[in-house]
Design a binder for this molecule. Structure first.
Ligand SMILES: CC(=O)N[C@H]1[C@@H](OP(=O)(O)OP(=O)(O)OC[C@H]2O[C@@H](n3ccc(=O)[nH]c3=O)[C@H](O)[C@@H]2O)O[C@H](CO)[C@@H](O)[C@@H]1O
Ligand SMILES: C=C(OP(=O)(O)O)C(=O)O
Length: 437
């Protein structure tokens, strides 16, 4: 057994049945961070039981919050007595640098205790992931920060955060969440222009409003926030994970499966279903479920004037970058060709090497663009040994392996476990053959 785990995947099994998506990973990271904004209990439901979420809960626990695990999917957090010096400990530094979401602990700690500290956060190694929107936003609100290059640690101090006008340089999801959490307890009014407005950020804002925050413009790129003295406790339920839903759509198409994805909150999925329909995948929307019927073939559409289909990512309400790898792998067995243009991250497409080894027809044009020439199921992919480089590429390789002829070995599956809850057990229950070693 390797430290980071292995899946042995026997390809060629069709799935059938129903699957319930887990609660949203990237929403949960924001929501758990926000529990530090109040001394009162916050009950959180529909949490995914995955590595990244359990890690941020450990961080909050280490900071002294009372963490009551009510079930695998719910937790009550009461951040009454926080030991702010814990941010300087070896344990905090080690754990915080494992996940990207830890960056959102800065604002609540600064707002309530006037200081915070953070090692360079981890998360997927998918290109440069700068923190300017976070740092410049917090600085404009009255926080000083220093960076210690020898330990890779940022420290923050403030005599009190003060509301201001912020035109953010770029639309950053975690950057907006951090500044929103700083603004709710700051003195006066904060305006955030060019704010991220994806459903998870809307969920955070709605939760903060239930806690007593004053936020206008939720769902838009212009947020106006009046600071308040204190916030109270609340209850919050996570949306279904839209990236998991998109992953299941691609998986159903590649494996020719008949799959129903339950309770997807279709109203919150934006361009996701339509983008997979552009790849030719048929789906039926029944109440709040997505049913993907078994399809022997699916054909990539073309643009109205006849141009080659191009899929590209953009900040919400555009198509999420986290589903670009899934869209790419799904196109391998489509009829027709598509250009996949991953604009936001610069190192997320290199996993196509493995897909090419498996028999896919893909031209990696440059670090941001790959053209997929669909095989139209005329030839199956071949099982091989590979390693999962990041969470979404990991699942894309799993989808490829499930559709392939023969057996594949996928190492480093802790990358998959970071974001997908017991994926092997859940897929095996539908007919897959995945052994965890
Ligand atoms: C924990 C968490 O919630 N992680 C998500 C969050 O990361 P995160 O919040 O770290 O990502 P950001 O939204 O800050 O930006 C992502 C990347 O896109 C670039 N960028 C951003 C905006 C823009 O207009 N142009 C541009 O090129 C940024 O420079 C950065 O490299 O949002 C990303 C973008 O949806 C997702 O991939 C991550 O899964
Ligand atoms: C990139 C992702 O996660 P993180 O930001 O936590 O690395 C992701 O969820 O696809």
């Amino acid at each position: 057994m390797t430290n980071n785990g292995t899946f042995i995947v026997e390809g060629g099994h069709k799935l059938s049945g129903e699957i319930i998506p887990q609660g949203a990973k990237n929403e949960a990271l924001q929501i758990i961070s926000a529990t530090l904004l109040t001394a009162e209990p916050v009950l959180i439901e529909n949490l995914p039981d995955i590595l990244d979420i359990n890690k941020i809960i450990d961080l909050v626990d280490g900071l002294g919050a009372k963490v009551e695990r009510l079930s695998r999917e719910s937790v009550r957090i009461t951040a009454k007595d926080i030991d702010i010096d814990y941010v300087l400990s070896e344990d905090y530094v080690r754990d915080a640098q494992k996940i990207r979401g830890s960056v959102m602990l800065i604002a609540p700690l600064l707002g309530r205790y006037g200081r915070a500290s953070l090692p360079k956060p981890g998360g997927d190694k998918i290109g440069r992931r700068r923190l300017d929107t976070h740092l410049l936003g917090l600085q404009a609100m009255g926080a000083d920060f220093q960076y210690d290059p020898s330990r890779h640690i940022y420290t923050f101090n403030t005599d009190g955060l003060v509301g201001t006008y912020l035109h953010m340089e770029e639309i950053s999801v975690t950057g907006t969440a951090n500044v929103v959490m700083a603004a709710v307890l700051a003195k006066g009014e904060t305006t955030i222009y060019n704010a991220a407005c994806e459903p998870y950020l809307q969920q955070l804002c709605k939760m903060l409003v239930r806690m007593g925050a004053k936020i206008e413009g939720i769902g838009s790129n212009l947020l106006k926030i009046q600071g308040v003295e204190t916030l109270n406790g609340t209850e919050h339920r996570m949306l279904p994970d839209m990236i998991e839903i998109g992953s299941f759509i691609g998986m159903a198409a590649m494996t020719g499966s008949d799959l129903t994805i339950k309770d997807v909150r279709l109203d919150q999925l934006g361009l996701i279903p339509g983008t997979f329909q552009r790849l030719g995948i048929k789906m039926n929307f029944v109440n709040d479920d997505i049913h993907i019927p078994a399809q022997d073939h699916y054909e990539i559409g073309s643009f109205i004037e006849g141009g080659l289909m191009t899929l590209y990512d953009a900040p919400w309400p555009g198509f999420t970058p986290d589903l670009m790898s899934i869209a790419l792998v799904t196109a391998i067995q489509a009829r027709g060709s598509v250009l996949i243009h991953q604009k936001m991250f610069e190192s997320r497409l290199f996993f196509v090497d493995k897909l090419i080894d498996m028999g896919a027809q893909i031209i990696l044009c440059d670090p941001h663009r790959a053209t997929v020439i669909g095989l139209d199921k005329r030839a199956p992919l071949r099982g091989i040994s590979m390693s999962s480089p990041d969470i979404r590429a990991g699942v894309s390789l799993l989808i490829a392996a499930m559709s392939a002829e023969g057996t594949s070995r996928i190492d480093n599956i802790h990358q998959i476990d970071r974001g997908y809850q017991r994926i092997d057990e859940r897929l095996n229950a539908l007919g897959a053959s995945i052994i965890r070693e």
